[in-house]
Structures are given as C-alpha cells and as structure tokens.
Design a protein around this ligand. Structure first.
Ligand code: GDP
Length: 431
C-alpha cells in the first residue's frame, strides 16, 4: 500500500516542513499523527514564509487532503488561528482540504498553565519544554480525562468533562503552583464558539478515511513532528517530548496497520541541532557552533530559542535508522556547510576509554561519551543554485556518498536551500 512515513531522525528541526511540502505535491493525503503545537514547520513558498504548528505542511497544495489524526494534541486556539491565517492567505479555500479527527485530544489553557508552572518550579533542572501544554495534555489522555475534539460538538458532555477536569487542575494550580485558577464558564463558552468555527473541519472517523485512501491506491504521506532522539520511550529521557516520535507512532496515531507502509524516510540535517536541555554528543560550543547557528538560521520556529549546533552524528543516526526502520534518507541543509575547509563527522564514541559504535541508552553513560570524528574535505562554492546532484562540487558529493555508505541507507533527496526548487532528487518518492 502506498503509505510513506516521514520521520525526524535527529532531535527535530531537520527540515521536515520543507520535505513534506515538497513531497505533498505528489501525495493525495498528508496525515499528522503525533505531537502538538510544540513542533514548528517553517515553509518558504515563492519567497513567502509560513510557520505551521498543527496544520500539516501539505496544506499548501490545494488538492492534497490534510488530516490531523487521533495521536495529536490539538491546541484549539492555535489551530483556529492557523486555519484563519491560511484562509486569509487563500491557502485554505475549501474546508475539505483539512480534516480533524474526532479522537484527537484537545489542549486547553490549563494545560499550558500547568506546563509553565512546572518548568518554573523545576528551575535549573527544567526539561526545556516549549511551555505549550503538550505534556499535561498527553497526561490527561493517559489518565482517561482528556476532552476529545468530538466532545466539542456535544455541549452536555463537554460541560461535564470540563467541570470534572478543572476541579483537579485548579487544585493543582492554586494550592500547589500558587497561580490563578481557570474558570469553567468562560472556557466552556469559548469552546462552544470554537466548535462552531471548526465544525466544517470535523472528521468523525479519520482512521477509516485513511484506510480507504490507502486501500484504493491513494498516496498517503504520514508527517512526523520532532525527532527520534526526543521520543518518549527511546529518546534521551527525561529530556524528551511527551509523545512517541518514532515511525511506529504513525500507525498508532492514525489508526492504521504497519503493513500499509511502503517506505520510511528519515529526514536528516547535514549537521546536528538540538533545542532545550539534555545530552548532545557532537555539540560545538565555540565559534564553529555559532557559525553553523548563524548560517543555518538555527533558532526555534516555535519559541525563537537559539538551537545548539554540532557536526553530524552517525552513531545517533544508526540508532535512528534501527528504531524507526528507516529505509531511505533525505539530507537537508547541505548548503549551510559550504565554506568550511573541513567537515567533521562523528563515526564512533569513546566511553570510559573504550571506543563504542552504538548509542548508549543510559543517560549517565550518554553524559560521559566523547565523539570520535572523521575529517572530510569541505567545499567553498555556494551550492544554493545547484539543481542536480551531479552539479554539486566533488567534495559535497563525497560527503553525501560517505553518509549513505556509512549508514548503509540510500539518500533519495538532497536539499540545498529552503525553497521548493532547491531540492535535488536522486530517486523518485512513490514507486
Ligand atoms: P522542521 O521542524 O523539521 O520542519 O524544521 P524547521 O522548519 O524548524 O527548520 C527548518 C528550517 O530550515 C526552516 O527555516 C526551513 O525553511 C529551512 N530549510 C529547510 N531545508 C533547507 C535547506 O536545505 N537549506 C537551508 N538553508 N534551509 C533549509
């Protein structure tokens, strides 16, 4: 079945937004399956920048149907303003372009308040969350207390659930975090208003919709948010996000079986970045890190926070390939590395004097590892105008080849700039 999963293979911000936008031109459906408005995709189309947090990047293609599936936590205010901005820009002309699953978890003001109060209370130990309430909203889902998107269209159930939820949340906010509580009535009224606005996008059964699309041979792209190393179970815990970012989550979050998937594409930056706290083996702290940050414009799309930058880490990449079952790679932002005399690539780690080739899973070990680098020749040319892989400078081609060989995984696409046209295809997307 023609399903393709796009997954971040590093710490997020790999350029998934651009990839999904470019890939969407060939897809009938694009499904967002996990995460919330903590992910930010920056898209540049015809020189115009659009930042999306919840609406799938496929929305820029009018014939592509975008689905927000059950696994997503839906910041109801954020999604409404994104939709309004897209409507104003003429990018959503028909509500059928965007479907929101009745089973998605609704994220409300109190989730944000708890997230922010908790980070504040943690002080130096903070996780570095975006403060957008994603963790607390997923907690509600696991605690069987979540308000689902479908509940917004049933006023009596909504009132009942909201009242019950706020009883506990307000106790926490007032008595433990010493902040203002959230009143039921104004929030309830606001939700009814938003339900009216969002009703045209309602999809009662997104899982069946996706299943039927796949069965009838439609091309479906599953769009992941964040990256492998931020996975709740298999990332650098506790400095992780609150959902599963791995490819398997595409199936769970959208309600389809793994046998519907044909390809799993790992999106990889030509170097590495990380936002927030936690281990980052190849981090460059001096001028070199600053140079990559500046040239790669590495500042968070959601928070504006400067991203930590470093060389490409092939040990972490091998881990990502294994835990996601990545079959193909897209190499992004190669242009950012232009102008370096040499480029380092981490091919192994040293842990307590021993060379290791696998990513340690314990956080104590992770904090002690040192990267072992291989030096490759850099290139001086600006490659942003290059339109075919053969026209890249030899050293850039060698770098791409080195990565594919070391990872034993084909690179299908190389990106040399934020624009759609700055995409060099090596292999077609859908077979
Ligand atoms: P995402 O969350 O994985 O979509 O990543 P972000 O959108 O946060 O970060 C990617 C940023 O890099 C965006 O500003 C893109 O416009 C930009 N971008 C994507 N691909 C390329 C590329 O190949 N070269 C350059 N220079 N920028 C790129």
């Amino acid at each position: 079945m023609p399903g393709i999963i796009v997954v971040g293979s590093q710490w997020g911000d790999e350029g998934k937004g651009k990839v999904v936008d470019v890939f969407s031109a060939q897809a009938d459906f694009v499904v967002r399956y996990q995460g919330g408005a903590n992910a930010g995709h920056t898209l540049v189309v015809n020189g115009v920048k659009t930042v999306l947090h919840l609406v799938p990047s496929g929305i820029l293609h009018p014939k592509t149907v975008c689905i927000i599936a059950a696994g997503v936590v839906l910041d109801i205010e954020e999604v409404t303003s994104e939709i309004n901005a897209l409507k104003e820009a003429g990018l959503i002309q028909n509500p059928e372009q965007l479907r929101i699953s009745d089973s998605a978890t609704v994220l409300l003001t109190y989730h944000r308040k708890i997230d922010q109060a908790r980070e504040k209370a943690l002080g130096h130990e903070k996780i570095g969350t975006t403060g957008r309430g994603i963790g607390p909203a997923y907690e509600d889902r696991a605690a069987r207390q979540a308000i689902l998107f479908g509940d917004l269209f049933d006023p009596a159930t909504l009132k009942e659930k909201l009242t019950a939820s706020l009883k506990e949340k307000n106790f926490l906010l007032e008595s433990y975090y010493k902040t203002e509580p959230v009143a039921v009535e104004p929030l309830y009224k606001r939700l009814l208003q938003l339900a009216d606005e969002l009703a045209p996008y309602r999809c009662k059964d997104a899982s069946t919709m996706i299943h039927r699309a796949l069965k009838s041979g439609k091309k479906v792209l599953f769009e992941g948010a964040q990256g492998t190393m931020l996975d709740l179970l298999h990332g650098t815990y506790p400095y992780v996000t609150s959902s599963s970012t791995l490819s398997g989550s595409a199936c769970v979050g959208s309600g389809i079986g793994p046998n519907s998937v044909q390809k799993i594409i790992g999106i990889t930056k030509a170097y590495t970045t990380r936002v927030g706290s936690g281990p980052f083996p190849t981090e460059l702290e001096g001028d070199l890190g600053e140079r990559i940050r500046k040239e790669g414009a590495e500042f968070g799309a959601t928070t504006g926070r400067p991203r930590r930058c470093g060389w490409l880490d092939l040990v972490a990449m091998k881990y990502a390939i294994r835990v996601n079952g990545i079959t193909n790679l897209a190499l992004m932002k190669l242009d950012v590395l232009s102008g370096h005399d040499k480029i380092e690539v981490c091919t192994a780690y040293r842990l307590d004097g021993q060379e290791i080739k696998d990513l340690p899973t314990s956080s104590a070990e992770l904090s002690r590892i040192e990267p072992i680098y291989k030096s490759l020749a850099g290139w001086s040319e600006d490659i942003t105008q290059v339109r075919s892989i053969q026209d890249l400078p030899q050293a850039a081609r060698d770098y791409v080849q080195f990565i594919a060989t070391e990872l034993a995984t084909p690179i299908d696409v190389v990106s040399v700039g934020p624009g759609r046209e700055q995409t060099l295809w090596i292999k077609p997307l859908f077979n």
